[in-house]
Structure formats: C-alpha cells, structure tokens
Design a protein around this ligand. Structure first.
Ligand code: SAM
Length: 541
C-alpha cells in the first residue's frame, strides 16, 4: 500500500526543483521508484476518465478514508493494472475501492459507451484526444519548458540521431505544436531548434533520456537552449568560404562542463582534422572539476580539452606561455541564478471533486491528508531555487541587492582579466541571472574599464553575431523594473542590441544573458595604447 501513499506524497510535496524522476529517486520511498513512476504516468494518461468514473460512482462521499488523489491512483490500478490494487485484499483502502467494484465497472462502461468506443484501446485514444484538446486551450509556449537535447558532434551527428534515438519521433514546426501534441497517439514529437545548430527539443514528460544508450555514450547531452548560446556566440558560424577558428580557447569557469563540451563539439564538426586547437578548461572548485572531467571524457573531448582542476581563473597569468595562442575566452562565472526555472515535469492530475459532506474529526488536530495541497497555487509554481545534478550554477539563488553587487564585482573582475590575454580577440560573458546589475551593468563597467579602453575592446555587434543569434529577438534592456542603479548604464542602443537576453517562461527557456566582446586584431594583437606610449617615449628621448 505504501506505493499509493508514496506516489501521493511525491505529487503533493512542494517542489524543490529537479526532474520528476529525480524527485522520485531521491524521495526515500518504500515502494520501488520504477513502480511509483509508472503508477503516476499511467494515471495521468487516464485522469479525466477516472475523475468522471469516481464522481459518477459517488465513492468519495461513501468512503471517508479515500482522498481524491488516493482514489484516482487506486481506481486506476483497480480498473487497469493486471493484478489490480497492489495491496493485501484485507487492506482498508483496497476494500474501500473494491466494495464499489460493480458501481465502478458500470460507470467505466458508461464512460466508454458515451465516447462511442468499442475497446479499451479506442477509449485510450479518445481520452488522449480529449486531453490534447484541453491542453490546446490552456497551453502556448509561455511557461512551457521542453527537454532540450544537444547532439554531440564528437560522437555522432544530428542525421545519425534522427535515424536512431529519435527514429520514432515526428517532426513538428514550433514549440507550440510540441506543447499541443504532447501525449499524441501518433507518437512522440521532436522540434529542431532554428537558432542553435544540432539542438532539438522533445516533450518534457516523454522518455527519460538519462537512461538512454545515446546519453550514456555521450552522443546526446541534456543542455538547455540558452546555455548553448555562449559557445556558439564565441566561435560563430563557419564563414561562407570555410572560415576556421584560429587559436586556442579558455573556458575560465567551466564546471560542470556543458559549454566546454559544446565548444569542443562545434570545433570538431567544423575542423575535424585540426589537431592543433586546444580548449583550456578550468574551475576553481575541485569537486566540480571532477564532474567537469567526467563530462569531458563522456563527450569524447579528452584530446581537445585540457582541464586545469581547481584552478582559480583570476590567479592565472595571462602571459603564461601556455596561453600565448589563446584567441577566445568564454566566461560563465557564478551568478545569482535568478533566471533558473526548475523543470517541473511532474504530471498535474485532474482530480475528482472531494466529497462535500465529509466531516472532519473534532477534538484533535486533523491529520494532514496527502492531497491537501495538491493542485494548490504554491505547488504549481515553478521552483525558483531548485538545484539538480545538471545545474550549471553552483549557488542557490538569492537576489539580495548586496549580494548582487558583490557578485557583479567578481563577474566584472573575471571578464576584465580575460580581456588582458595577449592574443585574445573574442570573449563572451554570460549569466543565468535576470538582473541588470549582473548583466548590462557588468558590461557597461567592463567597457569603461582601463583594460578594455587600452586594448580596444568593444561589443560584438548584432550584425556581426552568428546567424542564429542575430535572429534571436530578446536583447539587452536599459532599465530593470524597480532597479535603482540603471542610471549607471552607459550603453548605447547598439550596445544593448549586442546583448542577448532570455526570459523565464519565454520560448521554453529560463532567464539568461550573454554578450560578446571583440577587439580588432591590429599590430599582431599587441596592446595598441602601449605601442603608442612606447612610440611616444621614443619621440621624447
Ligand atoms: C555557472 S557555473 C559554470 C557553468 C559551466 N560554464 C557550464 O556550462 O557547465 C560557474 C562556475 O564558475 C566557477 N568559478 C567561480 N569563480 C571562479 C574563478 N574565479 N575561477 C574559476 N572558476 C570559478 C564555479 O566553481 C562554478 O563551477
């Protein structure tokens, strides 16, 4: 019986982030996680019909031990599970359902006949269509978070994956269609992203890809779309005449390694025979560097990536000969994480109405029922503080203004340090924060810094950006609602257009920010002002 209580408890406990599966596996339930997962997902396919059967049979007003959620789960197994309810025949909750088996059966048959279905299979398809229609009226791409999957070119190709991992998937043309066709009887759907090469989206409630062969072999990487922006922005598109990336790259804040492995994937696809290019990937945290190492190896990027575990980027000497040929740096430092939205893919079940005549025991505190807070507004909200194993940000989110200022100071220092690498001509800066102070505010400070001015750094204009990101409509903002330091921004309209934003809930993404800095490589990457100063000194002699 613990199966039903455990399932109800997972559905009703407040979200702490992480995926539906990770919630089940970390819940310390007595029942097997696979059984709980199957019970919830199967019940969610039939919930509208079960609600109808339970309400019409009137069992909730007769059986005070049953809550609407427990009734839904139990009646599901009573009607559909091969061995019925997974509890001893004498268990009071099993008896509470089975006492009404004739009535439940009769209501089930009526529900099938009402839908004109001769078989249970036909009924399943009809219920699925009903649910789809219901979803159509409530869903659009706002607040819809698909599962984004990046294809790793070091191990495979998009074409190969379309023919293997996704061979049973039907292509759809928009995220809205993906949202609407979820649970479609014609099979699962797949959307190929128009902005980021080799990125696809599937419905969040479908297959758990973390158990797939392609995932275990490093062929596919579960990485959100926005997190793919920085590597693509840094390396850009291959030019019309086969333009290649020149020089090495540093990923200064790299763990767990999504952007490092993305960089490696892009470089490999573009320049498969170029064995000279290197990516130096470092992270100040030793623990997170271990994850970085694992991800790099799994992605097949060991040859191209050199990991510097536990290395503080600020302590790296830009003039170290190892970095003499570093032309690009990707900086994705710690931030407030205020843009992170948990992927709350826990199914929301349609429940039968609770019995109105039920009286609560008096005299002592009522024991909290399993679905007291089920479907409550609090429970439906996407978690804002969720962390799971694929989280890229290392800090719990907090938007305390003092902390934001401290973070922005560190972020600006890290990027300014990157701008001082002798051969660097391109740098990207990104955060998963929605706050201007960590985004446009930092960019404004960097452009006004000594190093940026001395070395001729400016923002990579929108018209210079890779095609996919030029087409992305969300750009930098001048003022954050309620912010007190927007006046500190000294960015032109063109600068703001060079800044790329993502907003939580829009286009299947969380909040994200990225921009690129460039320096036109004159004088062999030498420091322009220093050269002038040297010439001046010579003149005065
Ligand atoms: C947002 S996470 C990076 C996510 C990573 N880019 C990815 O795509 O998987 C920020 C990382 O920066 C690291 N970090 C913070 N300050 C650093 C520093 N001064 N030097 C190196 N790493 C740093 C943190 O340990 C953390 O792992």
């Amino acid at each position: 019986m613990s199966l039903y209580f455990d399932a109800a408890s997972i559905l009703t406990s407040p979200s702490t982030g992480g995926s539906f599966k990770s919630r089940i596996y970390s819940s310390r339930s007595k029942a097997s996680p696979a059984q709980i997962y199957a019970l919830i997902t199967e019940t969610s396919k039939w919930d509208v019909l079960l609600k109808e059967v339970i309400e019409n049979a009137g069992i909730l007003s007769l059986e005070h031990k049953l809550t609407p959620l427990l009734a839904l789960l139990l009646v599901h197994d009573h009607l559909f599970a091969k061995n019925g309810i997974a509890a001893p025949a004498t268990h009071p909750l099993r008896q509470a359902v089975e006492r009404h088996k004739t009535r439940l059966k009769a209501e089930f048959v009526k529900a099938r006949v009402r839908r004109g279905c001769a078989t249970v299979e036909q009924l399943k398809a009809a219920v699925s269509r009903e649910k789809k229609e219901k979803n159509k009226s409530i869903q659009n791409t706002t607040d819809y978070y698909p599962r984004w999957i990046r294809i790793n070119n070091l191990r495979t190709s998009l074409e190969e994956q379309l023919g293997s991992t996704f061979s049973s998937y039907r292509r759809v043309d928009s995220l809205a269609q993906l949202a609407q066709e979820e649970d479609d009887e014609n099979g699962p759907c797949l959307y190929i992203d128009p902005h980021i090469p080799d990125l696809v989206a599937v419905a969040p409630s479908g297959v758990d890809f973390s158990g797939s062969t392609a995932y275990k072999n490093g062929e596919i990487i579960l990485q959100d779309k926005a997190s793919c922006f920085p590597a693509y922005l840094l390396v850009g598109d291959a030019g019309a005449n086969g333009q290649t990336w020149q020089g090495n790259i540093v990923d200064g804040c790299a763990a767990p390694g999504n952007k490092t492995t993305h960089l490696a994937s892009i470089l490999h696809k573009r320049q498969p025979n170029d064995k000279k290019r290197k990516i130096f990937s470092m992270d100040a945290s030793q623990t997170r560097s271990r994850t970085l190492q694992k991800m790099v190896s799994l992605a097949g990027a060991d040859d191209i990536v050199t990991i510097l575990p536990g290395q503080d980027f600020l302590a790296v000497d830009p003039c170290d000969t190892r970095f003499a040929d570093v032309t690009g740096l990707l900086l994705d430092p710690s931030c407030s994480g205020s843009g992170i939205v948990g992927r709350d893919d826990v199914p929301v079940l349609t429940l039968p109405a609770a019995a109105t005549t039920k009286t609560q025991p008096t005299g002592k505190k009522r024991k909290r029922k399993h679905d007291d807070n089920y479907n409550s507004e609090e429970n439906k909200k996407p978690p804002q503080n969720g962390m799971n194993t694929t989280d890229e940000n290392d800090l719990p989110t907090s938007s305390d203004p003092e902390r934001l200022v401290k973070l922005s100071n560190l972020q600006a220092r890290i990027v300014e340090h990157a701008l001082s690498f002798p051969a660097a001509t391109r740098v990207t800066y990104s955060t998963c924060s929605i706050h201007s102070v960590e985004n446009e505010g930092v960019v404004s400070r960097i452009l006004n810094s000594d190093v940026a001015k001395r070395r001729g750094w400016r923002l990579l204009r929108r018209d210079e950006q890779c095609a996919g990101l030029q087409a992305w409509k969300y750009r930098g903002i001048r003022e954050e609602a309620g912010s007190e330091n927007s006046s500190a921004l000294s960015l032109s309209d063109s600068d703001l257009d060079a800044c790329i934003r993502c907003w939580p809930g829009e286009e299947g993404l969380g909040g994200f920010f990225v921009t690129g800095f460039v320096r036109d490589q004159e004088g062999n990457g030498e420091d322009q002002d220093e050269e002038e100063e040297e010439e001046w000194e010579g003149f005065s002699d």
